[in-house]
Each structure stands twice: as structure tokens, then as C-alpha cells.
Design a binder for this molecule. Structure first.
Ligand code: UDP
Length: 372
């Protein structure tokens, strides 16, 4: 165990412990958007002179922008994702679980830090909130997916509402909160996303995300088939059986599986699409891929549901369709296809650049510290 003086507090700034998701090691896509968000937060806070330690699953890798962070890893069985169980599911922790190991280490080391930031959507860290001696803040990464999680999140909200932050208003509206939520949106290192020249854009649609039922890939595939355009799909194949069902539902060749790519390759391919589809079946908390596509100059056709419903401004950076309405989605793709691609990029720059996101996170963490 490290003594507090070994952590090395900066003269100014906070000593932060960022506890990552227990669903798997960082760098392989299992954590979905949380991995990206965590990396942006860590890089942003480091750039502001804070000392950051990341606590994550064994085998995790931090991106180069986070090289100045200390990485602590713990072994253990990954935690099942809450969104894949029934709403009534009990709290479950597997034998040899990673989640309790992460939090045991966080609690053992808490006196070395000014603040602990939890990025995982799990019952245990929320429940621990009022028992830590170092303030524990939570960035809630999903909307309501299970009653036990609603209960524990709402309990923190009633005890210390300032300890919670959400990505979007639609996400926060899933919970019964006693005060208006703190919204932090999300941030992207926009220099890493470059719109290609207009002549390079190809007659193809794009879709990205974990290949899992709550992401609604089947609707995007059906609309691509109706329009006679290929659908390029990027993302981790989280549910192989679901992927096969989706593929069988459309004519062969409709889906062009591109796999899970590192950001640099992902953005290079993404920018070539005419329109990017986002078709969540759940209350998507934010929808990173929507802003990433915009950053590459790609207009969006999305369901008016959850975060993407807030991020897409009809006629400006994309077009919205009534949720689960394939005809409306097809019409939205046609409207989005003729939009000014540079306006999409500009919108991403104005609202989701790294500096503005870091400011929102830092302001929140300062407020948590001030409240104690
Ligand atoms: N992603 C990636 N490579 C790919 C496809 C996706 O790195 O080939 C990343 C993408 O950049 C995004 C994340 O996967 O940050 C998915 O996040 P999102 O918020 O869209 O959905 P989530 O998986 O969190 O539900």
C-alpha cells in the first residue's frame, strides 16, 4: 500500500482517484463509451495540473494522452453489465469479483486523495457514498435500467445531489431527483477526427456502437436495405447471437462489418459515410458515436430518444425520426444526406471539444469538494 506522501500532491490542484468500469480492461471496447469518457476526463484533468490515479481492471491500457496518470490495476472476474439483465434483477457480484477488489483498494487508499471519481454504473460504489472519508462523486453513465440501481442512485441524490453528474437531461430525467441535475455532456479530442474532402464521401451509411440489442442495429440495417445502400458497422460484437439475427433479417451484403477499430482508424472510415444512423432502443445516456460522426462531418439520422435526441438538431447537424418508426427513419436519412457537412463539424467543436468538457468536469469536482 502506498503512503500518502508517495502519491505526490501537486502544489495546486486536486489529487484524484478515478475508478474505472469493472466490466473489463480499458482499451478493448468492453466499457463502451465509458472508456472514451474516462480517457477524456483523465487527460483533461492532467492538462489542468491535477494529479490523477486511475484504478482499473488488470490488463488495462491508458491512451498516450493519459500517460502522466498513475495506473493501478486489480485482477478479478468482470462485472455483468446492468443493462443486460431484467429491471428487477438483484445486485450481483461474481465470485472472485473485480468490483469489490477495485473498491477495497479505493477505500484502503482514500486518504491519499482529495476526491474519488466513480465512472462505473454499479450498486456498490453508489452505496458506499456516505461511508467514505474522502468525497466520492459519480458520473452516471446510463439512464434507468434496473430498480436496484434507480434506488441507490436516487438515495445519493437525496443525500448529496451535488455528488452526481449526468451526461444529458434525457438521461437524468429517468431518475427521481430532488434538484435539477448537473449535466456535463461529453468531450472529444476533435483534432483526432478529421472530415475528409467532400469528393471522398461514398454512397454508404454508417452505424457504430456495441453490437447489442439495446443499440437497435436491426432498424438501421432494415432502413439501409430499403434505401439500397450498404451499412458499415463498427463496434465490439458484444452479443454474437444478436448480430447473426440482425444479419439474417436483411439481404446479404447489406451489412459491412468493420470490427472494433482504434479511434484513428475508426474516424478515418466514419468520415466517408454519407449519413450516420443512430437507432437506440433504450434511453441512451449520451451517444458518443453521434458526436464522433459529426466531428468527421457526417450528418446524423437518429431516433428522437435519449441523448441523441438532444444532440441532433433537425436540419442543422442531422434529422430526427419518431422512435422505432422505420419509415420516419428512412425519411430522416434522406433529409440528413443533403445537409451541410461543415455545419456538423462546427457544432461538435462548439459544444463537445475537450476544453469545454474539462471545464464542466472540473467545476463539478470543485463544487463537490466545496460541499465536502
Ligand atoms: N468505438 C471505437 N471503435 C469502434 C466503434 C466504436 O472506439 O470501432 C467507440 C466509440 O468511439 C465510442 C464508443 O465506442 O466512444 C461507444 O460509445 P457510445 O456512447 O456510442 O455507446 P456505449 O457503448 O457507451 O453504449
Amino acid at each position: 500500500m502506498l503512503a500518502p506522501e508517495e502519491i505526490g500532491a501537486p502544489v495546486e490542484g486536486m489529487r484524484l482517484l478515478v475508478v474505472s468500469t469493472p466490466v473489463g480492461p480499458l482499451g478493448r471496447g468492453r466499457g463502451g463509451g465509458v472508456e472514451h469518457t474516462g480517457a477524456m476526463i483523465v487527460a483533461g484533468l492532467l492538462s489542468r495540473g491535477h494529479a490523477v490515479t486511475v484504478l482499473a481492471a488488470e490488463g488495462s491500457q491508458l491512451p498516450p494522452a493519459c500517460a502522466a496518470a498513475r495506473l493501478w490495476c486489480e485482477p478479478g472476474a468482470p462485472q455483468p453489465s446492468w443493462q443486460h439483465g431484467p429491471r428487477e434483477a438483484p445486485v450481483q457480484i461474481p465470485a472472485d469479483g473485480l468490483l469489490p477488489r477495485l473498491w477495497q483498494r479505493a477505500l484502503e487508499q482514500q486518504s491519499c486523495f482529495d476526491l474519488i471519481l466513480n465512472l462505473s454504473y454499479d450498486w456498490l460504489p453508489f452505496w458506499l457514498s456516505c461511508f467514505t472519508t474522502t468525497p466520492l462523486a459519480h458520473l452516471v453513465s446510463m439512464g434507468s435500467v434496473a430498480l436496484a440501481m434507480d434506488e441507490v442512485i436516487e438515495a445519493v441524490a437525496h443525500w448529496r445531489p451535488g455528488r452526481l453528474a449526468f451526461h444529458t437531461a434525457s438521461q437524468a430525467a429517468d431518475f427521481r431527483l430532488p434538484t435539477p441535475p448537473r449535466l456535463v455532456g461529453n468531450g472529444f479530442d476533435l483534432d483526432r477526427y478529421q472530415p475528409p474532402p467532400a469528393a471522398a464521401v461514398q454512397p454508404a451509411l454508417g452505424w457504430a456502437g456495441r453490437i447489442a440489442p439495446e443499440k437497435g442495429l436491426e432498424d438501421a440495417a432494415r432502413v439501409a436495405a430499403r434505401l439500397g445502400l450498404p451499412l458499415r458497422v463498427w463496434g465490439l460484437r458484444e452479443d454474437g447471437a444478436y448480430a447473426e439475427v440482425v444479419e439474417r433479417a436483411v439481404p446479404p451484403g447489406t451489412i459491412d462489418w468493420r470490427g472494433f477499430l482504434p479511434t484513428d482508424r475508426f474516424q478515418a472510415e466514419l468520415g466517408l459515410c454519407r449519413v450516420f444512423l443512430n437507432t437506440p432502443k433504450w434511453n441512451e445516456a449520451f451517444g458518443n458515436v453521434v458526436v464522433e460522426a459529426m466531428a468527421c462531418g457526417v450528418p446524423i439520422a437518429a431516433y428522437a430518444r435519449g441523448g441523441p435526441g438532444e444532440l441532433v438538431l433537425e436540419g442543422h447537424n442531422g434529422a430526427l425520426a419518431a422512435p422505432d418508426d422505420l419509415q420516419a427513419l428512412e425519411a430522416a436519412v434522406r433529409r440528413a444526406a443533403v445537409l451541410d457537412r461543415s455545419a456538423c463539424r462546427r457544432w461538435a467543436e462548439q459544444h463537445h471539444g475537450p476544453a469545454v468538457f474539462t471545464q464542466r468536469i472540473e467545476a463539478w469536482l470543485h463544487a463537490v469538494l466545496a460541499e465536502g
